[in-house]
Design a protein around this ligand. Structure first.
Ligand code: UDP
Length: 357
């Protein structure tokens, strides 16, 4: 009855479903374990009228024209420049590190030129950049590394920054000017009606059928199709043949306050204090004008809903074994969990748009 089955109704699965339906005219069944579409990009409006990102802050940005124009078919956008503060030693500092971060933290009066000389004086020279620690220390030295990156990274990933590849922090620049935006991509915006509405629009096609609350593995033998695209965890697909791949999981404690604002920006990071890594105040994303506010404290752990592949050398070697099994099978593996890659949303869309169908 179906030409293709897609396992997982996250951003990857939904983009693939739309392409198969539209470009190939195929009949597509999307099977989703959760009772909602959207994967970790799922959002909903709460009773206050605030759009909540149930699985943590999702900030869309891209400089890729193809990605932006594809998504723009399914949503209008509300411009949003992401700002993050970092709470260190009782004060809040701009993150990424910029001129103001340095001057306030050190009590100095550097200019853009003199802060560059300061960085050059304190930076640690290393012949090779092999991990997260190297990336930061070769730019700003040990003091800023210890205060802003070391414990945050350890809390977030459950392993030392020295075990994690440079790419993890490559997206975070070090600035000598006063720019306090988190990203500088050409397009930075949030879907005006939310991510879920955007993804629902993608699924609204006569050739696409979605089954929610259905574990694929319990119906695997009943639903057959020429082609299967699997966006769940690759180790689960192969019944953990090489052991369980480690994924970092995040948990959220939602709190509501009877006041207009909790914090001045959408996200505040807590590297050194508290068990949580960061606090997100949702109303900043779409400038929701409400009397109350809702925040989420974010905790990282090894158990729960898998969100981040942990790209240590050891884990990537384990993933390689699964990749060999994947190559020998007829199934296409895609997405963060299926390819064990720390993708941002635009990279997810790019990969799904360029996957061979
Ligand atoms: N990071 C850090 N301190 C910070 C912000 C980020 O050490 O205040 C590091 C950390 O390793 C984190 C990575 O940079 O995992 C990427 O951070 P980002 O917030 O961009 O990632 P997200 O969790 O939103 O995917």
């Amino acid at each position: 009855m179906f030409d293709a089955i897609i396992v997982g109704a996250g951003l990857t699965g939904i983009v693939l479903a739309r392409r198969l339906a539209e470009e190939k005219g195929q009949r597509v069944l999307v099977v989703e374990k959760r009772n909602h579409i959207g994967g970790d990009c799922y959002d909903y409006r709460d009773k206050n009228g605030i759009l909540i990102h149930q699985y943590g802050p999702h900030i869309f940005r891209t400089s890729d024209e193809a990605v932006y124009s594809f998504l723009s078919r399914f949503t209008s956008w509300t411009d949003y420049q992401h700002k993050v503060l970092c709470y260190v030693g009782g004060s809040f500092y701009p993150m990424p590190i910029n001129l103001d971060t340095v001057n306030r933290y050190l009590g100095t009066n550097f200019t853009s030129e003199s802060v560059a000389s300061y960085f050059d004086k304190v930076r640690i020279r290393k012949s090779k950049i092999e991990n997260v620690r190297d990336v930061i220390e070769t730019q700003v030295g040990s003091e800023f590394y210890h205060a802003f990156f070391e414990t945050y990274t350890t809390k977030q990933w459950g392993t030392s920054p020295e075990n994690l590849p440079p790419e993890i922090v490559a997206r975070i620049p070090i600035r000598t000017n006063r720019d306090d935006r988190y990203f500088t991509n050409k397009y930075q915006a949030i879907p005006t009606a939310g991510y879920t509405a955007m993804m629902q629009n993608m699924l609204n096609h006569d050739n696409i059928c979605v089954m929610l609350g259905q574990d694929y593995f319990s119906i695997k033998d009943e639903v057959k199709a020429e082609k299967v695209y699997f966006t769940g965890s690759i180790d689960r697909y192969f019944d953990y043949a090489y052991g369980a791949l480690p994924y970092r999981c995040v948990h959220f404690q939602i709190e509501e306050y009877a006041r207009k604002q909790y914090q001045p920006v959408a996200v505040v990071n807590y590297p050194n204090d508290y068990a949580y890594t960061r606090v997100t105040e949702f109303k900043h994303f779409l400038k929701d004008d409400t009397a109350n506010t809702v925040i989420a404290k974010e905790y990282s752990s090894d158990t729960g809903n898998p969100s981040y592949p942990i790209p240590t050398k050891e884990n990537l070697a384990q993933y390689q074994s699964y990749l060999e099994l994947a190559k020998a099978s007829k199934v296409t593996f895609a997405g963060r969990l299926g390819t064990y890659k720390y993708y941002s949303m635009d990279q997810i869309v790019k990969a799904a748009l360029t996957t061979a169908l």
